[in-house]
Write a protein that binds this ligand. Structure first.
Ligand code: B4P
Length: 340
């Protein structure tokens, strides 16, 4: 089935799964919030307080799917894996095969949906969520975004990689979130506004309080054939990953184990944000606020009015800096973004 056919199926599958009760939808409200001259979105979703507790994943310590002994999410899942077959027929959308690599994927609806039609691209065989995105995964992701745009829909993709990235499932999955705003999530608006000195080099958004690495895809890349896309996507991702690892190496207190980072992909840019911790303990309430790639896309999620006030009081930019890393622009950045 083509990417366009899969994207076309999503609304009808979402409605069906909601009706059958296999998909839980949590209503929310969104407010804009300006902090340090950046416009963020904070989504208030009290209904998530009643999200059913999920079985705790159990790991087979020490073994990874690359055969290298590592810690954390990069370990084989031993018992419960919601992304392993048999799939819930009401959450299942389609199978997908990469024709080049013959890697198989499955498209599933997010069972715990805060935004309607949020879907996942999951590896059919178990692959670790602590492993980097492979060229075929980058191409498949881009082809979904492209197909959606041709259908007049706006999605972006994100990937939570590693123990401290906000990921809760260790089976490799890339997520796709629809947007009402054609300009993309808040971080994308900053990236678009950036005036680049060197168009083909990674850059950082200096307005942001934390280390971030970004790459702008060539103009009209959306017209390129898949093999050309693969080269650009893989090269861009590797360069940003390299910069992220270099940022991590400058942090003497970085947690042991494989590195954690968030990836955000739009049709125009790819962003990689290194992470040092998953949660931030709010000073005001003592609650742990979990932050995933969406937080770094500029979209935070809180579960109560109290949490919302605590986040505003403490400042979004400081919270993101606490769970990300400090910027070391002067040492690493290959190109400079001048925000307009
Ligand atoms: P992960 O990468 O492991 O983690 P996550 O997106 O941070 O979601 P988490 O599970 O920690 O949920 P949270 O309460 O923080 O992604 C796993 C994905 O698989 C999630 O989307 C999860 O819902 C989904 N999933 C789990 N079990 C499943 C199953 N059996 N079948 C199908 N899908 C399954 O957040 C709740 C939801 O809100 C998440 O979907 C999260 O992505 C989303 N969210 C967080 N911040 C948001 C924001 N600012 N705006 C909109 N949505 C937001």
């Amino acid at each position: 089935m083509s990417h366009a056919a899969i994207v076309t199926k999503i609304p009808e599958r979402f409605d069906g799964a909601l009706k059958s009760g296999d998909l839980l939808f949590f209503p929310s409200t969104v407010a804009k919030h300006v902090d340090s001259d950046v416009e963020y979105e904070i989504r208030l979703c009290p209904a998530l307080q009643h999200k059913p507790a999920l079985p705790t994943p159990h790991f087979d310590a020490g073994a990874s799917d690359t055969g290298i002994a590592v810690q954390g999410a990069n370990r084989k899942l031993k018992t419960f894996d919601p992304f392993a077959p048999p799939y819930n027929p009401n959450l299942y959308v389609a199978d997908l095969k990469d024709q080049e690599t013959e890697e198989n994927y499955v498209v599933l609806l997010n069972k715990f949906s805060v935004v309607p039609q949020h879907f996942l691209l999951v590896t059919k065989d178990f692959r670790s969520q602590a492993s980097p995105l492979m060229p075929s995964e980058l191409v498949q992701t881009y082809l979904f975004l492209l197909a959606a745009r041709k259908l007049g829909k706006q999605f972006f993709a994100f990937y939570n990689c590693g123990d401290n990235s906000g990921a809760s499932q260790p089976h490799k999955h890339i997520q796709f979130l629809p947007l009402d705003d054609a300009r993309g999530p808040p971080i994308e608006k900053l990236a678009r506004d950036a005036q680049l000195e060197f168009a083909d080099r990674p850059f950082s958004l200096n307005k942001l309080s934390y280390a971030n690495h970004c790459y702008r895809f060539p103009y009209q890349m959306d017209t390129y054939p898949p093999e050309r896309l693969e080269h650009i996507l893989a090269d861009a991702f590797l360069r940003l990953l390299d910069l992220s690892i270099s940022t991590i190496r400058h942090d003497p207190d970085y947690p042991q184990g494989s590195p954690s980072y968030n990836v955000i992909i739009t049709l125009e840019h790819i962003h990689v944000i290194p992470r040092r911790q998953e949660n931030h303990t709010l000073q005001e309430t003592g609650d742990k606020l979990s932050i995933n790639a969406l937080g770094f896309a500029g979209m935070l999620l809180v579960k109560s009015e109290e949490e919302l006030e605590a986040v505003k009081k403490e400042s979004v930019s400081q919270i993101l800096q606490a769970v990300g890393l400090r910027s070391v622009h002067d040492i690493q950045v290959e190109g400079t973004a001048h925000e307009t």
